[in-house]
Design a protein around this ligand. Structure first.
Ligand SMILES: Cc1cc2nc3c(=O)[nH]c(=O)nc-3n(C[C@H](O)[C@H](O)[C@H](O)COP(=O)(O)O)c2cc1C
Length: 188
């Protein structure tokens, strides 16, 4: 668990992104619960631009692994479930570009990851996959962009991890939060 200076929600302190997944399959109902948690995120105009593709059947999961970056392939061998988060690029009400769609879908991912933490599940977001090839092979409509692929599962055996990942298999450091606050003042 990370050390924080202020009292904040335990789940936020506890969440991190492990790579040592067990090959135990999470019940589909739990995956749906994570998606429901994500769907409660706030969004600009309540557009709810997030969409989710669940990869749960073993053959589909294995096919998806073929699109991962080589480095991600190394630690994804035991992953049994993925959620691909997409975002809808336009507002429905006026068809204009939704410049906040990715921001909102990121919030949804945050909610999803915290609900997973509460359920004793682990999540690991990935940008390292062949996004254009996935769009093409899944025939994803042009209104949607895949944002991140989320591995979901249970914690496994760190000894089975490829050597290169072992030292980083822990919650990572953060910049001191006070350094993130930019001081600005209006001059007149
Ligand atoms: C959008 C996004 C993309 C990421 N892509 C990858 C990835 O392709 N491979 C990987 O091993 N980790 C990936 N990560 C995990 C980050 O490296 C990790 O979240 C970060 O180091 C902070 O660590 P923590 O999640 O354990 O707090 C990604 C995370 C996010 C949010």
């Amino acid at each position: 668990m990370r050390k924080v200076e202020n009292e904040i929600l335990d789940l936020i302190e506890m969440r991190w992104s492990p790579r040592a997944f067990s090959d135990e399959k999470v019940a589909l109902e739990e995956i749906y619960a994570l998606i429901e948690a994500a769907s409660l995120a706030p969004s600009c105009f309540n557009e709810q631009p997030w969409r989710f593709i669940v990869f749960y059947d073993d053959d589909q999961v294995e096919k998806l692994k073929g699109f991962l970056s080589d480095k991600n392939k190394l630690w994804n061998k035991s992953v049994r479930t993925y959620i691909l988060i997409l975002t809808k690029k336009h507002f429905d009400h006026d068809r204009k570009d939704n410049k906040w769609a990715e921001f909102d879908s990121g919030t949804a991912w945050g909610f999803l990851s915290l609900e997973a933490e509460r359920r004793g599940l682990i999540t690991h977001a990935m940008a390292g996959f062949a996004r254009n090839a996935v769009i093409q092979h899944l025939d994803i409509h042009e209104d949607f962009t895949p944002i991140a692929l989320i591995a979901v599962g249970k914690y496994g055996d760190v000894n089975l991890l490829d050597e290169i990942f072992k030292s980083s298999e822990k919650s990572s450091e953060r910049l001191p939060y006070k350094k993130l606050i930019i001081e600005k003042k209006f001059t007149d």
